[in-house]
Design a protein around this ligand. Structure first.
Ligand SMILES: Nc1ncnc2c1ncn2[C@@H]1O[C@H](COP(=O)(O)OP(=O)(O)O)[C@@H](O)[C@H]1O
Ligand SMILES: Cc1ncc(COP(=O)(O)OP(=O)(O)O)c(N)n1
Length: 269
């Protein structure tokens, strides 16, 4: 029997009612990786293949209350941020980051197109949070919105990661899950003195919802376990590829759905 107390990871992000992405995907990832997940919900999202996105932002005091409740009591070892529906919510996180209360901060700068009215303000608030991040994981579209130019090619991804690192995060990974040239799923990793791509064979599975959420949550969980950033990135990349592969034949709902982060398809139950 294993009786070691699991490390605590705090996720700050939106609730995705489908369970595929957002806070739900984060908590599943932590459970699968032997970490205890705590959460501060920033918004409640009602969306499906049939219903266009309806987002209920939670107010800054409600977000603040959750952050205080968790941070005052639990020994948080790493923090991940995901979706915000208002710049005020990011302000609450920023004040805790400035106070040094958010160790091993992983920022997934989710910038949804649908249902968000203040996308520009959210991007600007995320820019203020990025200097406090240990790791930031924008996809190409999010990197484009943060930088104000179109991140299209692998060279662009590398340039975008370099520019974003100069804004503060220790590591930036520009993910290329939607880059459909070639047979590789390519991410550009940038840190001072370390510039490279991470690559894995692209999986052609039906289900890929939550790959960005799982990737960033897995980085936070491994940092909480004591990995270096380089070790955490390698682990997260392997996990997400395996999870997409293992969910390739799943049919949860009518649209493409979640990935197999818990390894159910390969487990003997
Ligand atoms: N089809 C795929 N096969 C293998 N890896 C993938 C695939 N799609 C995404 N990934 C990987 O999943 C991680 C998350 O990336 P991405 O899908 O770009 O994030 P997001 O969901 O935020 O857009 C990255 O490491 C990316 O390379
Ligand atoms: C509530 C909520 N949060 C995040 C997302 C999308 O996150 P993203 O990383 O851009 O993409 P996924 O790979 O996680 O789907 C969402 N849809 N809802």
């Amino acid at each position: 029997m294993i009786s070691v107390t699991p490390p605590v990871v705090l996720s700050i992000g939106g609730s995705d009612c489908s369970g595929g992405s957002g806070i739900q995907a984060d908590l599943k990832t932590y459970a699968a990786m032997g970490a205890h997940g705590a959460s501060a919900v920033t918004a409640i999202m009602a969306t499906s293949v049939r219903v266009s996105a309806d987002i209920l932002p939670l107010t800054a005091p409600v977000i603040a209350g959750q952050l205080t409740a968790v941070l005052d009591d639990l020994p948080v070892a790493a923090v991940k941020t995901g979706m915000f529906a208002s710049a005020d919510g990011i302000g609450e996180v920023l004040s805790r980051a400035k106070a040094g209360a958010l160790p091993n901060l992983v920022v997934d700068p989710v910038l949804l197109n649908e249902g968000i009215r203040s996308r520009r303000q959210i991007a600007m608030a995320l820019e203020r949070l990025l200097p406090y991040a240990m790791v930031a994981t924008p996809n190409r579209e999010e990197a484009s919105a943060l930088l104000g130019w179109q991140v299209a090619t692998p060279d662009d991804m590398a340039q975008a990661a370099r520019e974003l690192v100069s804004g503060g995060p220790q590591y930036v990974v520009v993910t290329g899950g939607d880059l459909v040239t070639g047979t590789e799923a390519l991410d550009a990793v940038w840190a001072a003195g370390e510039e490279r791509y991470m690559s894995a064979p692209r999986v052609m599975g039906r289900n890929q919802v939550g790959s960005g959420a799982v990737f960033s949550a897995a980085i936070a969980a491994r940092l909480a376990h004591g990995d270096s950033v380089v070790e955490a990135l390698a682990y997260a990349k392997g996990l997400v590829v395996r999870a997409i592969q293992d969910a390739a034949e799943w049919r949860i709902g009518t649209a493409p759905g979640p990935i197999d982060v818990c390894g159910w398809s390969s487990a003997v139950i």
